[in-house]
Structures are given as structure tokens and as C-alpha cells.
Design a protein around this ligand. Structure first.
Ligand code: GLU
Length: 428
């Protein structure tokens, strides 16, 4: 139910693909850009280049199947492209465009020297065997070979891709080059040039940014009630970190359904149960709840760590949390953003909250290039510092300009991108 009257109908969730969400976000940011950079804003509203590839693979039964793949480089003004690769049956070009654009802004917000890129294959990887998944990954890598490289565009994991997939990408690219190129991809296994701390990095950034927000709002993490949507890499790591800090993870939701325990779920036990059964439902010490109850949960903190378009006009008004932390990319529609703002919910936007992943990807890339590896303590300390500094910059700008944190983060990120573009000048 839309309880905010002044929202134009074209902003309703039904009409908003992720790319349109991104364009509305840019629209809202434009008036706040400096007069010097505002005329350059159209640069942000289109990707620099997009590649669509056919990925044919031989299935185990001998038949050939075709999958559609994409790699989009949204902007390269600040450095090589950077952003993950997603395997999902709903992946579209428009979605990958949006994800690549959010990477441009995110990389600028945490000030890592990368542009924004993203890739995806429209496939349900759960329906493929391991050898089929490997063939898909190797063929997709060969098809996007013309775009990627250590100093051109560096992929990483995203939904349904993991260390093993990154190892196959590194190997395929390296075989084509005739030399081992560790820095072409991040999120690799530790034994192949991966970085300590990378696996938990996004969840850690979600946790650190939430702690920073809580402190400024006068809230305690110890004893705080937390609900988390998504129990993949990001949701699981942040649940564990909140529980370790004495917060109570009272509700979890993933593709299998939602569970709750007002006294706090045993996150490790739920993880073990889910690993074994593939579902949250039936986890020890948890009652099953429906989606409506999940969104209505009486919590202090809500972490959205699933996918785009989850918090819409239909459920935003139900959210009781004081802090909404976006572990996923684009979980909140522009219409929902206005409702949350009216209800006084502090939204820590994706381009800040989930930037811990790409920050440690940057560390991994630096370690690979220099062939010198850091300790986990060094990595976590540097990550925490970057997250805290970026959070403070966004928070302070939001206060100074009287805007929400998403707008402040976009102004910070977009101005860095546009300034780089201006200084480089227009070619030719
Ligand atoms: N896929 C992650 C993201 O959305 C990580 C990207 C990276 O490490 O390059 O931020």
C-alpha cells in the first residue's frame, strides 16, 4: 500500500526495473551536484560499453544448450572496470547495467581506484552439474576475454558465483594469455592469490557501517534486535558478526522462507542446518513465519542482503527498524525510499553499506600485482578504517545538505567520477 500521496505513478515498483531505479536515483542527486559538475551528469545515465555474448555449452547428456551472458562497463574514468559476475535465471542486460552503474558509484564512495563494471549469465546454476558449470564459466570467460584483464576490467563473485568460479575464470584467461594472470579476477581461493578476509568482507562492511550508524543514533548493538533478509555470503557473515557482538538475530528470510525466534536465533546452528537441508525451514529453535510477518518484525536493525526490488511501496510502510542496511545492491525502490524517509528509517545505502567486498577485492588486486600478501589483521584493520571514513563522509554530507544518506553517498561518488572525467577531458 502506497501511503505517500505525492509519488508519481511511474515510480511504482511494477514499472521499475533496476536500471530505472538507478536513473531515478541519479535524477534525485543531480540538483545537489556542484554547479561545475552538474552539466556532466548525463555521462552517468548510460553505460560506456556493453557486451552481449552467447554462451553455448555441451551438457552432460551430449546436447548443446545456449545461455545469454553480459559484461557491462558503466564507467572507466577513475580506473579499470570492477564488479562481480552473477549467475541467475532472471539476469537481464538492464539489471547488469544497473549493477555496473552502482559499482561506479560504490567504488568512488570508498575511493578505490576503479571504474564500475558488472557481468552476468542468465542461467540457473543449480540445474547444472559441476562439469557443466565449469564449461559455462570457461566459455563465458573466453567470450568476454576482449574486455577483461588486470588493468582493464576485473570481475569478482556475486550471487551464485564463488571462489571456484573465480579460479576457473583466472585459469581460462591465463591459458589464453600464455601466462598466469592472478590479478584478472578477485575473490579467488587463498591458494591462488586470493586475499584473507575477502569472503567475509561484504558482511563485515555491512556490520561496521551499521555500528557507525547505531553509534550516531544513540543505539546499542549489544541486545539490539536484528532481522536479515538473505542468508547467502553477505547475510550469513553479517548475521554471525551481529551475533558475536551481542545483538539478537531474531528473524531470517531467504528463498526457502522465513524463520524467527524473539529470543535470538543460534546463527551457527541455522547455518549448519541450512547447509545440510538447503532450507531455513525447520532450523533448530526457530518458528516459521510468513513474508508479511518478516517485514513487520519488531526489530531495531533490518539488513536487506538478498536482491534488488525487495523493499517496495507494498512493504516499506511495515518496517519498524530504525536502521535499514543494504547488504544487497538495489534492494529498495525509489518509491519505498520516500516512505522510509517519511517514517524516519535511516537507510545505509548499498553503495556504502556493501562496499566492504570490493574494498577487499581492491586489496586482493594490490596483493596479486605486488606478489606480497598481507595478514588478516592488516586487511580487516584497513577495511574497517575505509568503511568508517566513508561512512563519516557520507553521514556528515547528509547532515550538512539535509538529504538522506543515499543522496549524500551518490553526490560524493558521482562528483568524484565526474571530476575525473572533467580533468581527463573529452576525447578526441
Ligand atoms: N559483487 C560485489 C559487489 O556487488 C563485489 C564486487 C567486487 O569485488 O569487484 O560489490
Amino acid at each position: 500500500m502506497n501511503n505517500v500521496s505525492h509519488i508519481p505513478s511511474y515510480l511504482s515498483a511494477e514499472h521499475l526495473g533496476p536500471w530505472e531505479t538507478y536513473l531515478v536515483q541519479i535524477d534525485r542527486v543531480e540538483p545537489h551536484l556542484s554547479a561545475e559538475l552538474r552539466p556532466l551528469a548525463p555521462l552517468l545515465t548510460r553505460p560506456k560499453r556493453a557486451l552481449i555474448v552467447d554462451v553455448p555449452i555441451r551438457l552432460d547428456n551430449g546436447e548443446v544448450a545456449h545461455f545469454e551472458g553480459y559484461r557491462v562497463q558503466h564507467n572507466l574514468s577513475r580506473g579499470p572496470g570492477k564488479g562481480g559476475i552473477r549467475y541467475h535465471p532472471d539476469v537481464t542486460l538492464a539489471e547488469v547495467m544497473a549493477l555496473s552503474a552502482w559499482m561506479t558509484v560504490k567504488n568512488a564512495v570508498v575511493n578505490v581506484p576503479f571504474g564500475g563494471a558488472k557481468g552476468g549469465v542468465r542461467v540457473d546454476p543449480k540445474l547444472l552439474s559441476m562439469p557443466e558449470l565449469e564449461r559455462l564459466t570457461r566459455r563465458y570467460t573466453s567470450e568476454i576475454n576482449i574486455l577483461i584483464g588486470q588493468d582493464k576490467d576485473i570481475p569478482a563473485p556475486d550471487i551464485n558465483t564463488n571462489e571456484q568460479v573465480m579460479a576457473w575464470i583466472m585459469d581460462t584467461f591465463s591459458m589464453n594469455e600464455g601466462k598466469t594472470s592472478m590479478g584478472v579476477v578477485t575473490g579467488k581461493p587463498i591458494s591462488l592469490g586470493g586475499s584473507l578476509g575477502r569472503k567475509d568482507a561484504t558482511g563485515r562492511g555491512v556490520f561496521v557501517s551499521t555500528v557507525e550508524a547505531a553509534r550516531r543514533l544513540g543505539m546499542q548493538i549489544e541486545g539490539a534486535k536484528v532481522a536479515i533478509q538473505g542468508f547467502g555470503n553477505v547475510g550469513e557473515a553479517s548475521a554471525r558478526l551481529f551475533a558475536n557482538a551481542g545483538a539478537k538475530v531474531v528473524a531470517l528470510q531467504d528463498g526457502s522462507g522465513a524463520i524467527a525466534n524473539p529470543a535470538g536465533l543460534d546463527v551457527r546452528a541455522v547455518k549448519a542446518f541450512r547447509h545440510q537441508s538447503g532450507s531455513l525451514i525447520g532450523a533448530p529453535g526457530a518458528e516459521t513465519i510468513d513474508a508479511d510477518r518478516f517485514w513487520r518484525c519488531d526489530v531495531d536493525i533490518l539488513v536487506a542482503a538478498a536482491m534488488e526490488n525487495q523493499i517496495t511501496a507494498s512493504n516499506a510502510g511495515s518496517i519498524k527498524a530504525r536502521i535499514l542496511t543494504e547488504g544487497a545492491n538495489g534492494p529498495t525502490t525509489p518509491e519505498a525510499d520516500l516512505i522510509l524517509q517519511e517514517n524516519g528509517v535511516t537507510v545505509i545505502p548499498d553503495v556504502l553499506a556493501n562496499a566492504g567486498g570490493v574494498t577487499v577485492s581492491y586489496f586482493e588486486w594490490v596483493q596479486d600485482i605486488s606478489a606480497f600478501f598481507w595478514t588478516e589483521e592488516e586487511i580487516n584493520a584497513r577495511l574497517d578504517r575505509i568503511m568508517r571514513e566513508a561512512f563519516a563522509a557520507v553521514w556528515d554530507a547528509a547532515q550538512a545538505k539535509g538529504v538522506v544518506m543515499r543522496t549524500a553517498a551518490f553526490v560524493l561518488g558521482c562528483e568524484r567520477v565526474l571530476m575525473a572525467h572533467k580533468l581527463r577531458g573529452l576525447y578526441p
